[in-house]
Design a protein around this ligand. Sequence first.
Ligand code: MOS
Length: 778
Amino acid sequence: MDQEKELYYVEGLPIPETPRPGENPSPWKSTRIIGKAVPRVDAYERVSGSAVYPSDVSLPNMLYGAILRCPHPNARVKRLSTGKAKSMPGVHAVISGQTPAADLPWSYSSSGIRIKSKLFDPRCRFEGETVAAVAAETSYLAWDALRTIDVAYEVLPAVSDERVALDQGATAVYEEGNKVGPARSYERGDVGKGFAEADVVLEDSYRTECEVHTPMELHGCVANWEGDRLTIWESTQGVYRVQQSVAEILNLPLSKVRVIGHYMGGGFGSKLQAGKYTIIAALLARISGRPVKMFLSREETYLVVGNRPPSNMTLKAGIKRDGTLTALDFACAGTGGAYPAGGISLVDWQVRDLYKCPNVRTNCTDIYINAGPARPFRAPGHPQGSWALEQMLDALAEAIDMDPVDLRLKNISLYSQARDGQPAYTSTGLRDCLEEGAKAFGWKQAQERIASAGNRGDIRRGVGMASGLWIAGGGRPPSTIILKLFSDGSVNLNMGASDLGTGTKTVMALVVAEELGVKPETIQIEHADTGTTQYATPSGGSKTVPTEAPAVRAAAISLKQQLLEIAAQDLAVEPATLTFRAGSIVSRKDSSKKIRFTELSGLKKRGVVVGIGYRGPNPENKVTNPFAAQFCEVEVNTGTGEVRIIRFLGAHDSGRVMSRLTYDNQVFGGITMGIGLAMTEARVLDKNHTGKMVNRNWHDYKLPTALDVPEDIVSLPIEPDDTEANTTGAKGLGEPVTIPTAAAVANAVYHATGVRITQTPINPVQLCRLLAENRKEG
Ligand code: MOS
């Protein structure tokens, strides 16, 4: 039996004490496996290509679906004829707004503003709206069939720029006008008084361009009916959210809708809910009686799956000579397109809550235009607000001759100023992020090095930094986890949550490993399947680890408590006298009283011991938020306007590091995405003519590549030992890492050149123009 121990358990590993039934687990003091750089549990599958993503699913007899989309940004479908498509050999289903079974309601929003629309709405308010769909033997045949569908559009004038959409005479996206409800405003203190008390008042305007969701795996699914049961393999962040909308729209019981999403190639907020393609695939499969695979093309995803909306911002700030902020007055106007799900919300949150300031006013206006819908996009609103606030902080620091890091240190808040009741944070690592980050980066030394080199001539160096906080993270109920210990001592972990590729499964395996001593790679994980796992909320909001990990820990503890009971009977001792070694249970007093898991009579008899764990509540009147500070160095060629990012450092307080490898991966990925916002990404609409998107592919829409991202990125975890947030102390990392990046780059470019780039992207065209203006003035 020693072989089994070697196979499944880490020899000699001390196991944390087990709380008695009913007792709350105390936070881990030190950990053995949690926080280590352990390879991902599914690394082999991912690297070898054997992992089956939804886009890899291939069923016998499967058809391919394709969607006809409105080519105009604003139009009405007057007539539509699908006769030719229906009669094509190999075409098995054709649907449109005229198909009674497809005459279904649709809402683009999963929260906030819900505008009623239809699955096939004759009123198309953005380029790419669905008009008809087909299922055929091959995808080529399906696309050919689409081209035979005859549509007469009434083409309407469109508005493609939110900066003119509120002007007199602008085309109205909706009859009520282009303003999405009343502006949202927030105020605390008295900004007028605050500005009067200031020694320096600065004001500037800022803009961030629209970033489009373009994850590696395209959006889509495979749908298959077996009798009255529908199974969908979908590339999604949350199988239960998809199940919910499919059941609701198709009027099916939840029990009859199985959604599976074992692997997925990136979502970033654009795969938090079902798409129209999901419903369309299910309908085509029902009509044809065959499984249907429906994945969008890359071009389609650029038009319809969502974006980080553009933001036009102004910020006025008052400060005293000693660095005390006295007032912040912020306004933002942005657009979530024709269906602003997730619109411009949260753009003002950094201004409201990051730095201590008694007088703050914000005002946000969301505007309709004829373009694809906004979606949550990795830290919705936050990088945009950060672009304004962090550049302003830099300018204020210069104006009062204070170091940018010192200015931020001067204004740290230990409680959330913008929430009702101003609750304290369970932990605030911002001070350490700033101090430790600056030290590790060599902030002072870099400034001195650059100053002493003179920094004249064409090639100039600069360093910049920015900090941030993420409104969410922290996690919350509900989560239910089931952990099974089989008779051979092997373990099965069952959870509903999706692993977005961030390493969720690995983190959860490490929690089980920490509590039971089992080798993480031997744990079998069932997840993200509404047919076989427990309810979970979508993976998003940087809440997956802090939501699920405490429930996994609770399940492991429940399992251990049961094992202690069984062992106590077998050994004829009190459960409280027993403790765990990896794979076995021993008496504290008498080490000869020892029993392996596999020898436990109760386990032998039942074949399995099941631990169930739930996510407990968060502490009352407290808030759990992650914090960050990032530092970078750039080299600017003032002749060509090219900016090379030399190095980056991300100091992050996301609570306890659960898995060092996936933690660092998140930091690298988040900084890369932030560099995209800062330097390369922008949706380009042909706003003076057709209103169509002109850069809808990976060639013309510039994502940062390996050549745009520095090799030298340092991840510096700041672990504040948060004992209140939850039983693991993790706070969430996915989104905070992308918040301060763009502003840090802009600040570094300013340091290098004296040119403040207030509009993204920082590209040679813009920089050359600004440098020329600067020379003229200079
Ligand atoms: Mo996120 S933007 O909650 O996937």
